[in-house]
Design a protein around this ligand. Structure first.
Ligand code: NAP
Length: 252
């Protein structure tokens, strides 16, 4: 497929690297040099004229929410517009002129093909869903959802890798403080997160994992009690809620 990616920043460059393995890519950024550098690494085409995105099977928008309008207005009649911008609703994208649009909330785990790709679309765009899936299924697990859930998903999984990494970094730091080499600590913690995720995907609930690891009077129980006494659960609830709230604010 011929795909344009508009906004070659953090997310756009990750998408570009992965999608370049099976598609012809046009990369567009208002800093042409940034697009050129990424394009030369992956064998894609850097493009100056954003209107060329209209000639592609799909135009993926990975600019900040505040810049979405100026982009959409220039590619209104593109075959398919996929907007990754947090908080910007489909009705707003349509009010900017988008004719066929899918709204997506991905995450950065696309780099390793393990993203959550939550997406919403109007029934009349369903005929474009196959085209969308051809590209996005290589980035991770695609979940079709009602648009009203996308801001909540932004808090849970769009921002999620950073929340998980925040927890991981604290575990690594503590292990290093106690004498472990950073490289070893990073490996142990990364594998622990990977294994826990796989357990959950295999059907274990988070609660079951907690109960199975925390034997009464043991080390895990002591650690969990400390987390509770410090209000960690409440802090995580608030972080996820604030991220979702921020997404709603950005879309206004
Ligand atoms: N990062 C993530 O993990 C993540 C996860 C889920 C969703 N998202 C969504 O993805 C979008 C991009 O996030 P990001 O973190 O990748 O942002 P970013 O690093 O700031 O990248 C955006 C890029 O788009 C460029 N740009 C801005 N306006 C443009 C225009 N009119 N035409 C062409 N290029 C333009 C920016 O240039 P300047 O720097 O000059 O403005 C920048 O290079 C956001 O809407 C965000 O909500 C991100």
């Amino acid at each position: 497929m011929r795909i344009a990616i508009i906004g070659i920043g953090r997310l756009g460059s990750v998408f570009a690297r992965v999608l370049s393995r099976g598609h012809e890519l046009l990369l567009i950024d208002r800093d042409f040099e940034a697009a050129r550098v990424v394009a030369s690494e992956i064998g894609a085409q850097p493009i100056k004229d954003i209107a060329e995105a209209r000639t592609c099977d799909m135009a993926i928008i990975t600019v900040k929410p505040a810049h979405v309008e100026e982009v959409v207005r220039q590619i209104k009649d593109a075959q398919l517009i996929v907007s990754c911008a947090a908080g910007v609703p489909i009705r707003k994208l349509e009010s900017f002129g988008a004719e066929r649009v899918i709204r997506v909330m991905p995450n950065i785990c696309a780099e390793v093909g393990e993203a959550v790709i939550a997406y919403a679309l109007h029934p009349e765009v369903e005929k474009k869903e196959k085209v969308f899936m051809t590209a996005f299924s290589s980035l991770g697990m695609c979940i079709k959802t009602d648009e009203s859930h996308l801001d909540t998903i932004t808090g849970a999984s769009g921002s999620g890798p950073a929340f998980v990494a925040f927890f991981a970094e604290a575990m690594i730091e503590e292990a290093v403080k106690n004498g472990l080499a950073r490289e070893t600590a990073e490996k142990c913690v990364a594998q622990t997160f990977l294994g826990t995720g796989k357990l959950m995907r295999s059907g274990w609930s988070a609660q079951k994992i907690i109960e199975t690891v925390a034997s009464p009077g043991g080390t895990t129980e002591a650690g969990l009690k400390m987390l509770e006494s410090k209000g960690a659960n409440k802090a995580i609830h608030e972080a996820v809620r604030y991220a979702a709230h921020k997404a709603r604010e950005l879309g206004k």
